[in-house]
Design a protein around this ligand. Structure first.
Ligand code: DC
Length: 226
């Protein structure tokens, strides 16, 4: 299989990462969760109480030089986990506190510039599936395959709610709906690299299609492209 780049963008809780992971596994490619990178930076800033919006680009660069983000494969859970400066933060970055603060961090131009550079660097010379909000428009405008995913907001909220409940989170459905609504708004209206469909992206609304069917559709697109 030729090494290509597959960019998957879309709204929160659309099942982007489920599709991206399945695709990467099927194709033997590396999966990179760009949202986890914004979440890890958000956690670091929250813990260190840095007033990031008041800092110059040089200062932000210096601070982020101390923020190492890695993805490691967990053989037991068969999942990729996010590490922040050597600490496994996979659970913490998915919790409510980080979910509530991350879109503000993702609006910061200086942080975005650095993370986009890192995303390109991590992908050099390999077949990659990366999911996020600006992958097909900004990170890899020349990606061979671009997918833009959508699903109805009520369906996305139900899916996210079930996921969090299964993890033992005490969040209510109303809180999940509000969090998704706010993130959609912030992601699509921010000045820096807002969420939008790349002109050459293929849109998939997965409100009423299952994961297997969706994977089959995208694999067909990938095989047609290469
Ligand atoms: O995909 P996610 O929900 O884990 O993303 C977390 C946040 O980061 C979300 O508010 C959108 C933002 N994000 C972004 O702005 N650009 C990306 N490439 C990925 C995520």
């Amino acid at each position: 299989m030729k090494s290509i780049t597959i960019a998957i963008d879309g709204y929160s809780s659309c099942g982007k990462s489920t599709l991206a992971k399945a695709l990467a596994k099927e194709l033997g490619f590396t999966y990179i969760d760009s949202g986890a990178m914004y979440r890890a930076v958000s956690l670091y800033i929250k813990r260190s109480k840095i007033p990031i919006d008041e800092l110059s680009s040089k200062e932000v660069k210096e601070i982020l030089a101390d923020v190492q983000i890695e993805f490691k494969w967990n053989r037991e859970t068969m999942l990729s986990e996010t590490f922040l400066n050597g600490e496994n933060v996979e659970n913490e970055i998915r919790g409510k506190e980080v979910s509530d603060s991350v879109s503000k961090i993702a609006q910061n131009k200086n942080i975005r510039t650095i993370l986009v550079e890192r995303q390109r660097e991590m992908s050099k010379g390999r077949g990659v599936v990366m999911d996020g909000r600006d992958i097909g428009t900004k990170v890899f405008p020349k990606a061979e395959v671009k997918i833009f995913m959508t699903a109805e907001p009520a369906i996305r909220a139900e899916r996210r709610y079930s996921e969090l409940k299964a993890k033992g989170d005490t969040i209510t459905l109303e809180e999940v709906i509000e969090n998704i609504r706010l993130r959609d708004y912030n992601d699509s209206t921010r000045k820096e690299n807002p969420l939008r469909k790349a002109e050459d992206a293929i849109e998939i609304d997965n409100s009423f299609i299952g994961q297997e069917e969706q994977l089959g559709m995208v694999l067909k697109i990938v095989h047609e492209k290469i």
